[in-house]
Design a binder for this molecule. Structure first.
Ligand code: 13P
Length: 250
């Protein structure tokens, strides 16, 4: 079935405010009228400024995390209410850098997923195995566990607002990309697993992005795979000239 390509840029902890605004302006101008679905994941402190730039454009504004609870005594946290208040409608959750650098558990990620969906936000849920897990033949098991734990309590109806990003940890920022065949194999597995968790219709409709050293030179072949529906892009998303060519692949 035809799923629209969904190309997302995860800016991670990069850019100054001026650079963030300038990059967003470039993207708004260059992606105008393009066919695919687009998102940028912007550092919290620049979301408001970037929201003014992308307002009314075809670019979805995402945060890179959110609180698992509503407003209240939660020092340092940022709620979905606050994000929505400034025009941010999507949140990237479960990124491997939050799992492995910050120590976020599947249970906490699931709370955030449910909270964001209950608040009517879109969620981009990241999953993916470590190199040691892949070498031990555990890649599918890890993805299955992260999917069932991350999506616990999420209804089939809510899955319309969920995108899955498969990001093998060993491919992130390393220049190593999964081969299109390897990536396709695990994407196919992920879709099959979602059919088991929900039903075939949900599985057919869910967008599954690939992430990990995706760039213009390898994106075409990756996106040509039947179960790779988009990309979650880090390094190559920090400049319009490296991000836009990926966005233009149909
Ligand atoms: P790179 O594209 O820099 O490998 O990052 C991928 C990623 O983690 C996107 O979320």
């Amino acid at each position: 079935m035809a799923r629209t390509h969904y190309i997302a840029g995860n800016w991670k902890m990069n850019t100054s405010k001026a650079e963030a605004v300038a990059l967003a302006k470039d993207l708004v101008a260059q992606l105008k009228g393009k066919k695919n679905k687009f998102m940028i994941g912007v550092p919290f402190v620049y979301l408001d400024a970037v929201a003014q730039v992308v307002k009314g454009s075809n670019i979805i504004l995402a945060a890179q995390d959110c609180a698992a609870t509503g407003n209240g005594a939660h020092t340092g946290e940022v709620s979905c209410e606050m994000l929505k208040d400034i025009g941010c409608t999507c949140v990237i959750l479960g990124h491997s850098e939050r799992r492995h650098e910050i120590g976020e558990s599947d249970e906490l990620i699931n709370k955030k997923v449910r909270r964001a969906l209950a608040q009517g936000m879109e969620v981009d849920l990241c999953i993916g195995e470590l190199l040691a897990e892949r070498e031990a033949g555990e890649a599918e098991n890890v993805c299955a566990f992260q999917l069932s734990a991350g999506l616990a309590g999420v209804t089939a109806e809510q899955m319309k607002n969920v995108t899955i990003a498969y990001e093998p940890v060993w491919a992130i920022g390393t220049g190593k990309t999964a081969t299109p065949a390897d990536a396709e194999a695990i994407h196919k597995f992920i879709r099959g697993y979602i059919a088991k968790l929900y039903n075939q219709k949900v599985a057919d409709e869910v967008i599954i992005q690939y992430g990990g050293s995706m760039k213009a030179s390898n994106a075409k072949e990756l996106l040509a795979q039947p179960d790779i529906d988009g990309g979650l892009i880090g390094g190559a998303a920090l400049k319009a000239e490296t991000f836009v060519p990926i966005c233009e692949i149909e």
